[in-house]
Design a protein around this ligand. Structure first.
Ligand SMILES: [Zn+2]
Length: 95
């Protein structure tokens, strides 16, 4: 089974970047989709976060197809995009 979700280290110190490599700390806007917002029988609690919309939609579609049996269609991707929030997933979602 392929690994769809690349583990992301968070809170990693950026000071380890070698000097002179041109690395600059860029303030990225975090985007997320919270599966708890979608009505589902299995009460899925997965939240997916990424730094850009394409990564996020791709990961969310893979999750929806693999776990929820959705089909990857342009229309479904539009629906996914509507569910994108800015910031980080909250600890809990109001039911
Ligand atoms: Zn889910």
């Amino acid at each position: 089974m392929p690994i769809y979700f690349r583990a992301r280290a968070t809170g990693v110190s950026l000071t380890a970047a070698p000097e002179g490599c041109g690395f600059q700390e860029v303030e990225m806007e975090r985007l997320y989709i919270d599966c708890r917002e979608f009505p589902s029988d299995m009460k899925c609690t997965v939240a997916i976060a990424a730094d850009n919309e394409k990564e996020l939609v791709d990961a969310a579609v893979l999750h929806a197809v693999a776990v929820h049996g959705h089909h990857d269609t342009p229309e479904f991707r539009v629906e996914i995009r509507k569910a994108i929030h800015k910031g980080n997933p909250p600890a809990s979602v109001a039911a």
